[in-house]
Ligand binder design. Sequence first.
Ligand code: T46
Length: 133
Amino acid sequence: MSLINEQSLKVIGDDRGQLIALEGNKDIPFDIKRVYYIYGTQSGVARGFHAHRNLKQLLICVSGNCDILLDDGHSKETVNLKSPDQGLLIEGLVWREMHNFSEDCVLLVLASEYYDESDYIRCYDDYLKQTRK
Ligand code: T46
């Protein structure tokens, strides 16, 4: 089974342009407790390099593009997020890295929980141990 769970977001368009509306527990499979966005990432810089114990997230590149690498401890897959109507759902114990941010990239993230540093696994060796329990 693929690690990449892409969600095609419904676009409401008319002659003025496009609009996408996302409602928790309707358009996405969790209640939205937190929203954050990443932008201005310097060329050649990668982010992420962690997994989450419980968090569910939907990632959307609302401008520009970037690569998201997902790793379940057995296999790795990379998806290029490049369109505002393309969502990437990440749930479960999955290691994630973000690479190749375009200069204009704005990565919007909808999250199922409030920020909690104790939910992060930031050491890859610890992550692998967790996946092999
Ligand atoms: C993820 C990927 C896709 C907060 O204070 N509140 C927040 O809601 C977040 C997300 C971060 N922070 C603080 C924690 C760090 O001191 O902001 C700093 C940078 O966070 P971090 O290094 O974790 O950022 P990324 O880009 O590596 O990862 C982020 C999310 O943290 C993570 O949950 O899945 O984006």
